[in-house]
Write a protein that binds this ligand. Structure first.
Ligand code: NAP
Length: 375
């Protein structure tokens, strides 16, 4: 993916609205930018697709962890029609990447995120001409009972059944077992190879892998003739430590695309929460610890957002894009989709990026890392 330009971006000839309904991103009626401006690289519009292995993917996707999760995200089935609108609106605006997992959905609703995505694909009357137009990136959990490659391939088949599609965009290993069950991991890697060889997945990716483990799986998959296309990790202004930066460098050297999960810090970077206004549910415990130390980062986000006529969420997401990652913010409402679509089509200047990172480094507490994250 293109890196941020060394100079400030030129004024865009495109228009975007930070808020508002309907189709948000409009192609310009004015002529294309001059050649000099083009040399600065893409402005990350949804139609300026990024290569993820063999796939052409929008520079931002949407995450669907909340779709079916009652415990953390307060999901109820009455939300489904709005979720369907979210999906349709995203697709209509050129977003073709949707991240999910076979473990998403709590209790009886396990698998609900994949089931809903499948339903929305089938019922979408918009721009889907071929099933491959929508890139579903699902993650297969490294459950302790998935001990053989065949069991892992069966997990993939179950996801395809829930989604009711013939093949996935990206089949991702949700986490590495290297920290606690290293012997299991080879079987899972072999499972990824088998699902790729059988044509059940168009590309293979990992999640929660650190740089060292990434090099190992990349080399193993390469020895079996399978390219590793993506690596998903928690990556945001609240999760940009040495590990994330080293992972990005390794990804670049191996030709693996970084996918940034929780780019809004679970909602903390949107600016809508503070110590006296916390979300419901378990997120409030984490927010209570971290939010009080975020004052300078949030005020930096706000001042850049105000200056650029953007929202804080749009600035936080655009930072991920400028760092060469594909962010997958989680969305539950049409309003979220509308707002987050406005993160595309422009970019932060190098000075603004430095300002944000300096403010982020001052934060006394960062996001808690995933317990399965490896070195
Ligand atoms: N690989 C992994 O282990 C892993 C782990 C975590 C997540 N993920 C993936 O990454 C995706 C995104 O991460 P995430 O959902 O954890 O966190 P996130 O994207 O940082 O935050 C998402 C939450 O922020 C709020 N929000 C989103 N857009 C907003 C906007 N424009 N204005 C105001 N609020 C907004 C919403 O919650 P509220 O309105 O309730 O605040 C939304 O559910 C997930 O859905 C999932 O697909 C993967």
């Amino acid at each position: 993916m293109a890196q941020p330009a060394a100079k400030a971006a030129p004024a865009t000839p495109f228009s975007s609205q930070p808020h508002g309904g309907g189709v948000l991103l409009r192609r310009p009626s004015s002529p294309p930018p001059p050649a000099a401006a083009l040399r600065l690289g893409p402005l990350f519009w949804p139609w300026q697709k990024v290569k993820v292995g063999p796939l052409s993917v929008s520079p931002m996707g949407f995450g669907t962890w909340a779709w079916g999760n009652q415990l953390l995200w307060g999901y109820q089935e009455s939300m489904d029609s709005e979720l369907q609108e979210c999906f349709n609106l995203a697709l209509k605006n050129g977003i073709n990447l949707f991240d999910t997992a076979d473990s998403y959905g709590t209790g009886k609703l396990n698998g609900q995120s994949e089931r809903l995505l499948g339903k929305f694909i089938r019922e979408c009357q918009g721009p889907i001409k071929s099933p491959d137009d929508v890139i579903i990136a699902t993650k297969f959990a490294a459950y302790p009972w998935r001990l053989t490659s065949g069991q892992f391939v069966n997990a993939c088949k179950s996801s395809l059944e829930r989604l009711q599609i013939d093949r996935l965009g990206i089949g991702q290993l949700h986490w590495s077992t290297a920290n606690y069950a290293p012997l299991q991991e080879r079987a899972l890697w072999d499972g990824l190879v088998e699902m790729y060889d059988k044509g059940l997945v168009r590309a293979v990716g990992v999640s929660n892998y650190g740089p060292k483990q990434l090099v190992k799986i990349h080399s193993y998959l390469a020895s079996r003739g399978v390219p590793l296309s993506s690596a998903q990790v928690q990556f945001s202004l609240l999760s940009m430590g040495d590990e994330q930066m080293e992972l990005k460098t390794v990804c670049d050297s191996l030709g693996v695309q970084l996918i940034a999960y929780s780019p809004l810090g679970l909602g903390m970077l949107t600016g809508k929460y503070d110590a006296s206004n916390l979300p419901n549910g378990p997120r409030s415990v984490l927010f209570r610890q971290i939010l009080p130390g975020l004052e300078s980062l949030l005020s930096c986000l706000k001042s850049i957002a105000d200056r650029k006529g953007k929202t804080m969420s749009q600035v936080a997401i655009n930072w991920c894009v400028c760092k060469g990652a594909i962010p997958i913010p989680g969305v539950k409402t049409v309003r979220h989709v509308e707002d987050n679509l406005g993160a595309l089509g422009w970019r932060l200047s190098p000075d603004e990026i430095s300002e944000l990172e300096a403010a982020a480094m001052e934060c006394p507490k960062k996001m808690v890392q995933n317990i399965f994250q490896t070195a």
